[in-house]
Design a binder for this molecule. Structure first.
Ligand SMILES: Nc1ncnc2c1ncn2[C@@H]1O[C@H](COP(=O)(O)OP(=O)(O)OP(=O)(O)O)[C@@H](O)[C@H]1O
Ligand SMILES: [Mg+2]
Length: 340
């Protein structure tokens, strides 16, 4: 096993809305990412992927609140640190986050170099601008971006270039963990390929040491990640290697999400995560028992009241369902036989 870059134990966070309602968006999430590895996070809209990403940085501000759990980056726990200390000593260097739709949220009145100054000065306010410029230029060169981009305003860049710039700015301090939330979703196919190539390159050149990758595109999830975690209604419902999660999912939700029958490799082209009939529960008031019970084809009476744990299913593999692996596989096999 490689060195663990990110370890998260039982992390729980919630939103408190302006009507004073709690939204339990991240519920007892535990995970590990080793050096050189990419962990994918999958799950339908609203399941808590972005909230988890945000929560992993240990930097909380209303309406998001930390309620429990531990985050350890490269052996150092950051839980309980003051927000100011997190901003100064953790963000950018230990862990960096590319928010969903970040490229569309850039302040249009500032140049790219100004964004880089922000990241570096937040970490060390004494750094001088000439040094920052030199560092930025060298990084952009290594990452295959023209240094002229540094002097441009966001509006002067194409979508693909804007997104690659956002990534370059995020990793300028060479973080140990990079969290990329839907980094290529809004882009055309060519730009998407370039962004993915850049992310892979960041790992190969050692710019980042590990990555968490959130996407709705199944082929990307499979091609970019080593392991996959499937989330449902704020909880992890399955954790497996990318191959197992995509081609041999155990949890009925993962099974539905990955499409009922996927032909290996070639069949993955252009496949999006599948829509499952029904809607997830309201996270203000999650149901007792299995949260997926309402939509599950294989639901049993006890699913609705049993608090289901995440069961260990071999190395690196776990799933949250009271049915045994054998029963689940028999169900899937039966369905496949009927469909054939
Ligand atoms: N600022 C907020 N205040 C209250 N609830 C919120 C807030 N932001 C998100 N939520 C709720 O938290 C839950 C998780 O949202 P989140 O954005 O993390 O989902 P997601 O998996 O990233 O979805 P998507 O795939 O659409 O990006 C949802 O029920 C959402 O409505
Ligand atoms: Mg999101």
């Amino acid at each position: 096993m490689g060195k663990v870059m990110l370890e998260v134990n039982d992390l729980t966070t919630k939103y408190i809305t302006r009507y004073n309602e709690d939204v339990y968006a991240v519920d007892h999430v535990s995970l590990q990412v080793e050096e050189g590895k990419t962990l994918g996070i999958a799950g339908e809209s609203g399941c808590g992927k972005s909230t988890l990403a945000l929560s992993l940085m240990g930097y909380y501000f209303p309406p998001l609140y930390y309620t429990g759990g531990e985050i350890i980056i490269d052996g150092r726990s950051i839980s309980g640190m003051k927000p100011d200390d997190v901003r100064r000593t953790i963000l950018g260097t230990e862990i960096a986050y590319i928010p969903q739709a970040a490229m569309n949220a850039l302040n249009p009145t500032r140049r790219v170099i100004n964004f880089i100054e922000d990241v570096i000065l937040a970490h060390d306010p004494t750094e001088n601008k000439k040094f920052i410029y030199e560092l930025a230029r060298a990084s952009f060169e290594t990452l295959g971006l023209p240094p002229e981009v540094l002097q441009k305003y966001p509006v002067e860049l194409s979508g693909g270039m804007k997104q690659r710039t956002v990534i370059a700015v995020s990793v300028i301090l060479r973080p140990k963990v990079l969290i990329a939330d839907e980094p290529s979703s809004a882009l055309d196919v060519t730009s998407q390929k370039m962004v993915i190539k850049m992310l892979k390159n960041l790992m190969e050149t050692g710019f980042i040491k590990s990555m968490i990758f959130i996407t709705h595109e199944l082929p990307l999830l499979y091609n970019v990640t080593d392991d996959i975690m499937v989330m449902y209604a704020g909880q992890i419902v399955e954790r497996a290697s990318a191959r197992e999660a995509v081609f041999d999912p155990l949890h009925p939700y993962s099974k539905g999400l990955m499409g009922s029958i996927i032909v290996p490799e070639s069949g993955l082209r252009d496949v999006k995560l599948t829509a499952i009939p029904g809607a997830p529960p309201n996270l203000k008031n999650p149901p007792a028992g299995c949260r997926f019970a309402e939509r599950c084809k294989y639901v049993r009476a006890e699913c609705r009241y049993t608090n289901v744990a995440l069961y260990d299913a071999g190395p690196g593999r776990a799933y949250r369902c009271i049915l045994s692996e054998k029963v689940l596989r028999d169900c899937y096999e039966h369905e496949r036989a009927i469909a054939a």
